[in-house]
Design a protein around this ligand. Structure first.
Ligand code: PMP
Length: 395
């Protein structure tokens, strides 16, 4: 037996849940993405997706991807830096800069690699990076890769953030990094307060708009726009894997910082560029969200409906203000059980357990898309209510 096998042979965490018949991961979808999907021969209502605008199955997006596939081929076989730049990459970067009201952007092949690469590069020795303790794993990893001193504050606790900032040198570069919308609990960063602290303590701010894009702000520009603070936020990152119906991500900012990153950011330079199909799909989705405001209006209509219904039925849904609705269970085993019972009842939701949340805060995550109907949401609420009552989680 090799060293690694010797070490990992006793890793039994997943088996525990498999043996209990509640293992919820890696279920294969065998149909097109939509509000209803087929999974392992079973039709389920999809409430576990991040496709808030519901555009992943949109014919225009799919056709744009097909045209790009025909025109450019299946991959770029190289980095943006060398042979991997297509005219549509350049167009997408230009349109995103205009959309986000920033000087310039860079597009990466995943959202994860934006945070990982940008944070590792943009701050270094002698600088400070300060994160909310619920920031996404990609921010945590980027932070770890940088040579800056790493600090964090309690989730959305502005007093704690001020306590951290107060102790730092006024002239040092201090970058505060937050999720605009927290991906598991659906609450928003307190951006107005963060920006006030940024001014008071001479800092910079970066906001991750992975879950804000296509949901908040004018035409779905995100939470920075929602709060009217785009100019105060130095760097904004976004992903294509959620509202833009594709895969990839971007960083938006002032021309000098972006120019520095364009020539030094390792996940941008040493990784192959995004595929033609994925790039064209994101571009098409970006056009659709700008031209069809009714899409985001409908997303909010079903979101408000779901929020009201879950509250009426007595679910504990925390501080959410977004299409991400956490249904608290407060028990790891029960969270898996609820997920399995919901699946059996035809409702797909995501279990959220540590390290994605604190051990006492486990939940199932119910997320809305613009193409959900109220009738579908109601079916989801009813099925979950029955399960939560039977399991003694709610009355
Ligand atoms: N930031 C946040 C807040 C996320 O939730 C995610 C993915 N879930 C990412 C970054 C990474 O984006 P991607 O999945 O597009 O790589």
């Amino acid at each position: 037996m090799g060293q690694l096998q010797e070490r990992y042979k006793n890793y039994r965490e997943p088996q525990k849940y498999m043996e209990a018949g509640v293992y919820p991961y890696f279920r294969a979808i065998t149909s097109k993405q939509g509000t209803e999907v087929e999974m392992t021969g079973h039709k389920v209502l999809m409430f576990g997706s991040n496709a808030y605008t519901g555009l992943t199955g949109d014919k225009r997006v799919i056709d744009a991807a097909k045209r790009a596939l025909d025109k450019y081929g299946s991959g770029c076989a190289g980095s943006r830096f060398l042979n991997g730049t297509l005219d549509i990459h350049v167009q997408l970067e230009k349109e995103l800069a205009e959309f986000m009201h920033k000087d310039d952007t860079l597009c990466f092949s995943t959202g994860f690699s934006v945070n990982q690469g940008v944070l590792a590069q943009v701050v270094g020795k002698g600088d400070y990076i300060i994160c909310d303790d619920r920031d996404h794993a990609s921010i945590v990893d980027g932070r770890r890769l940088s040579f800056a001193r790493q600090l964090h504050y309690k989730h959305n606790d502005m007093e704690d953030l001020e306590r951290v900032l107060k102790a730092l040198p006024h002239d040092a570069i201090k970058l505060i990094v937050v999720d605009g919308v927290f991906s598991m609990e659906g609450d928003l960063a307190k951006l107005p307060e963060i920006v006030a602290l940024k001014r008071k303590y001479n800092c910079s701010v970066m906001v991750d708009e992975a879950h804000g894009l296509g949901v908040f702000g004018k035409q779905g520009r995100g939470v920075c726009d929602h709060f009217g603070l785009t100019d105060e936020v130095d760097l904004i990152m976004g992903t294509f894997s959620k509202s833009l119906a594709s895969i990839g991500g971007f960083i938006a900012g002032d021309k000098d910082t972006i120019n520095f990153l364009r020539h030094t950011c390792r996940t941008y330079i040493f990784s192959a560029s995004n595929t033609p199909a994925a790039t064209a799909a994101a571009l098409e989705a970006l056009h659709i969200i700008q031209n069809e405001p009714e899409l985001i209006e409908h997303l909010w209509e079903v979101t408000r409906y779901a929020l009201d219904r879950f509250r009426e039925e007595g679910f504990e849904i925390g501080e959410t203000e977004s299409p991400i609705i956490p249904l608290y269970v407060h028990d790891v085993e029960k969270t898996f059980l609820v997920t399995k019972l919901a699946f059996d009842a035809g409702v797909f939701i995501n279990p959220v357990i540590p390290p994605a949340c604190a051990p006492q805060d486990t939940l199932v995550r119910f997320a809305l898309m613009a193409n959900h109907t109220k009738e579908e949401v109601e079916r989801g609420v009813q099925a979950l209510k029955k399960i939560f009552v039977e399991q003694g989680i709610i009355k």
